[in-house]
Design a protein around this ligand. Structure first.
Ligand code: ASP
Length: 332
């Protein structure tokens, strides 16, 4: 996998918060395309698509779909693979902590009936995607936060563990030495898994799971668990999900925007490009941060686009688990 160029938001940099990427150790690439703009891409389902090079996650989701299970089951199981990967420093166990050294996780899930569940600022639980599903299915609420989310998870049988691995603790200690409260240029950092799936019945679900921005201010929540921003599904139209600087995705409600653009007749590719365009138009600082979107419509046609080079997508469709190097706006 190529590393994403480490890109930093100028406004956040004063707090020493960085945006970039980590490498997913569990990747098992089957093929790689050149920079791609999938205007004439494939269609069909079942299928699954995810942000970044997460072949093991899409393979697991595909396996679940092949057994005839729902897109919702595929999303949960697929996301769990990366959440359990201690070497991935952006999702689940091993995620890079906030500036106080606490690993805090955000996740959400949405099904084909329009149901949604999320956890924000969840600590000590390895599988926030599964807790989000429990919030959706077992409570009258849609979002649980912090201690309450943790207590709920424990009451549902999730085991509390220490999510801070030695490697992430070391990285945090290193960050504290050199970068505390100072702008950081090109620090290695973060990716979120956003995943969209269509099952054999043509029903769509999605999920999004992350440890958020590394070294964030305690209490910060990004786009990933927020409906319409990090993820949105409308089973009549399609779905979209995001990665990158959550603050910018939140301000433009990016995933909802993409689904609405597809409703108006845009292809998934056109919709992703327009959503990136909205961020760029409003924000002269776009050169300093990255956002990437992926989308799928009801036929299983897909699209993806980012502000800068370095965004990758994994798609399992028509029996092929493939990585795609996304086309991007800022060609310099
Ligand atoms: N979107 C995530 C957040 O802002 C981070 C990422 O995708 O790298 O929390």
């Amino acid at each position: 996998m190529k590393r994403r160029k480490f890109i930093q938001n100028a406004s956040l940099s004063t707090f020493g918060i960085a945006v970039g990427t980590s490498v997913f150790a569990s990747e098992t690439k089957t093929s790689i395309s050149e920079v791609s703009n999938p205007k004439s891409g494939t269609s069909g389902f079942p299928m699954v698509i995810a942000t970044w090079n997460v072949n093991s996650s899409t393979a697991e989701a595909w396996r679940v779909l092949q057994e005839g299970n729902s897109a919702l089951d595929a999303i949960e199981k697929g996301c769990m693979v990366e959440e359990a990967n201690a070497e991935g420093q952006s999702v689940g166990i091993g995620g890079l902590p906030d500036r106080d050294g606490n690993v805090t996780l955000d996740a959400c899930i949405m099904d084909s009936k329009g149901n949604y569940g999320a956890v924000v600022y969840l600590q000590h639980i390895m599988h926030p995607i599964s807790v989000a599903r429990k919030v959706m299915e077992d409570t009258p609420h849609v979002i649980l936060a912090g201690k309450g989310a943790e207590q709920f998870a424990i009451s549902e049988g999730f085991k509390p563990i220490d999510l801070l691995t030695e490697a992430s603790k070391k990285a945090w200690e290193e960050w504290k030495k050199t970068s505390q409260y100072k702008p950081i240029i090109n620090i290695e950092n973060h990716d979120t898994i956003g995943m969209l799936a269509i099952d054999k019945n043509g029903d769509i679900s999605g999920g999004c799971t992350t440890s958020g921005l590394a070294y964030k201010i305690a209490g910060r929540v990004g786009d990933s668990p927020i409906i319409g921003s990090g993820l949105f599904i409308d089973n009549e139209i399609g779905g979209a999900t995001a990665t990158g600087l959550g603050e910018e995705v939140l301000k433009t409600v990016g995933s909802f925007l993409i689904v609405e653009l597809m409703r108006q007749g845009k292809t998934p590719q056109q919709a992703c490009e327009e959503a990136i365009g909205r961020i760029i138009k409003k924000n002269p600082d776009y050169k300093d941060f990255q956002v990437g979107y992926i989308a799928v419509n009801k036929k299983g046609e897909t699209g993806w686009y980012s502000i800068h080079d370095g965004f990758w997508v994994t798609k399992y469709q028509n029996d092929k688990n493939e990585n795609f190097h996304s086309d991007f706006y800022d060609k310099k």
